[in-house]
Design a protein around this ligand. Structure first.
Ligand code: MN
Length: 504
């Protein structure tokens, strides 16, 4: 993923001075070895950086402030090799703004039954040192992920790896910029939201540009660049005959190539992470961007249709989480259903803008009327999404908080061909079942727009909500409607009280 920097994670080991210099040297050496070995596994997506062990409140405070200011630090892994009295940590942790993972491990894997003596006992105390540390996190209501297991345990490594991906996405959001061409679709409620709250809480800003600014960027693109991109389309995709070079509608393809190049230049020049547009505000554009949006999403940009800036930011975050993982991630909308009693299905799609990272084969480039917006026919990539487990995630502004909602789904190959459907699509079954999932989604006020991904997991979303300090509601194989409704009610109370508890 080219347009997201790769930050690092600091590895912090706590101890105290009670044990003398020898054991502290050993603590530092052991900690360094763990960092080296973890980096060597290649299982972690971000580099761990060893930091000198911390034994005094002044050092802890200085380290936390340094982490806050370090541009390239996306988070901290904390581990207490020995006991490290946690009142020493209050000052530093209270100031720390970066995500934390509390790794509950120990240096030795096996207990040396025949050798163990009191020196060993003094040196290897994570079993109780990490408990003291966990208390101060709980007491300060600190966000964190707790991972338990020996550092060589691949399951534990994968928990750390999942969290690292999420810290990268969070890091990307902080100070990140999203651009909206026009406002959101008139009268629509769920795509509204408080952009001031979003920036204060989630770190990214959302600002608007007139669509004329985009038109200008398109006009600045050279004819030769347009010709080159059209050739690339013909190479990468199955382009409909009329759209090909010398075809009767080739000018439409040239127009969307110009649109893509103009949009790309606008995003690159403004350092934007994603964009929204709306078919209600296309002044100066001949077509709603279709293939342009699809291909920009495939390059990692966030997108939300109809001015949906929250879904745009979410799609971007999911793209960063998923970077270099198999699968794909797209903007999505629950479009229409198959309510056959033998098994209810959702057909997910959008007017145009589904990301080809989820295409199961070579996409087709086609041109069809949009049937909405009254503009010229837009060019789009058409394809089916492959079978496999995936998630749909949505983020809503409930007035006093943001709610992140996740439904685990199983994508299937479309049971029949869809020869007349001129848009990319995915067909899925919901977990635990269609009726429970849809009712839960609707009780939760879930948006019709989602971030849809084969690569991002519920664990990632859980870590993301924890770091962001926002509500998370999950609809999965274990969801029962009565309990789900009660969880939503409980959350109303929690998120009303949590600021007074020092959390959020
Ligand atoms: Mn839509």
């Amino acid at each position: 993923m080219k347009n997201a920097p790769i930050p690092e994670i600091w590895f912090i080991t706590g101890s105290q001075h009670l044990y003398g210099e020898g054991p502290l040297k050993q603590v530092a050496a052991n900690s360094q070895k763990i960092v080296d070995e973890l980096n060597a596994t290649k299982r972690l997506p971000l580099k761990l950086v060893f930091k000198p062990i911390l034994t005094r409140p002044e050092e802890i405070r200085a380290l936390c402030l340094e982490a806050n200011g370090a541009q390239n630090c996306a988070g901290l892994v904390l581990w207490m090799h020995t006991f490290s009295p946690s009142k020493m940590w209050i000052g530093g942790l209270s100031l720390l703004k970066k995500p934390m993972l509390h790794l509950h491990t120990q240096f030795n894997r096996d207990l040396p039954w025949s050798e163990i003596d009191m020196d060993f006992m003094n040196l290897n105390q994570a079993a109780h040192g990490d408990r003291e540390h966990g208390f101060i996190h709980a007491r300060l209501r600190t966000q964190r992920k707790v991972v338990v297991g020996h550092w060589s345990d691949e399951q534990a490594q994968d928990r750390i790896g999942a969290w690292m991906r999420v810290t990268r996405a969070w890091h990307d959001w902080q100070g990140g910029k999203f651009v909206r061409f026009g406002d959101n679709m008139r009268y629509v409620a769920v795509t509204e939201g408080d952009k001031v709250s979003a920036e204060a809480k989630l770190g990214f800003s959302v600002n608007y540009h007139g669509v004329g600014d985009l038109v200008q960027a398109m006009n600045d693109i050279s004819d030769s660049a347009v010709t080159k991109l059209c050739a690339e389309y013909e190479q990468l995709y199955t382009v409909a005959d009329g759209l090909k070079k010398n075809g009767e509608r080739h000018e439409s393809l040239r127009y969307v190539a110009r649109q893509e190049l103009g949009l790309r230049a606008f995003l690159e020049n403004g350092n934007f992470l994603g964009f929204t547009d709306t078919f209600e505000d296309l002044h100066g554009l001949k077509q709603l961007p279709g293939i342009a949006t699809q291909r920009l999403m495939a390059d990692g940009y966030g997108f939300g249709g109809e001015g949906d800036w929250k879904t745009c930011a979410l799609v971007r975050a999911m793209k960063v989480i998923a970077a270099d993982l198999p699968g794909g991630t797209s903007f999505m909308e629950d479009y229409t259903y198959d309510l056959n009693p033998k098994g209810h299905l959702v057909l997910g799609s959008h007017m145009l803008e589904i990301c080809p990272s989820i295409a199961s084969g070579k996409p087709k480039v086609e041109i069809h009327p949009l049937g909405i917006g009254g503009k010229e026919d837009p060019v789009r990539l058409v394809f089916d999404a492959p079978a496999g487990p995936a998630i749909n995630a949505a983020i809503m502004d409930l007035g006093n908080r943001f709610r992140l909602l996740v439904n685990e789904v199983d994508v299937i190959a479309p049971p029949q061909p869809l020869p007349k459907l001129p848009v990319a699509r995915a067909v899925w079954k919901c977990r635990p079942d269609f009726k429970t999932a849809c009712a839960a989604w609707i009780y939760a006020g879930g948006a019709h727009h989602t971030g849809f991904s084969y690569s991002v997991t519920t664990e990632h979303m859980e870590d993301f909500a924890e770091i962001a300090g926002i509500e998370l509601a999950i609809i999965d194989a274990d969801t029962r409607l009565r309990g789900f409704k009660q969880d939503l009610r409980n959350n109303e109370i929690y998120y009303h009280l949590a600021p007074g508890l020092g959390r959020l």
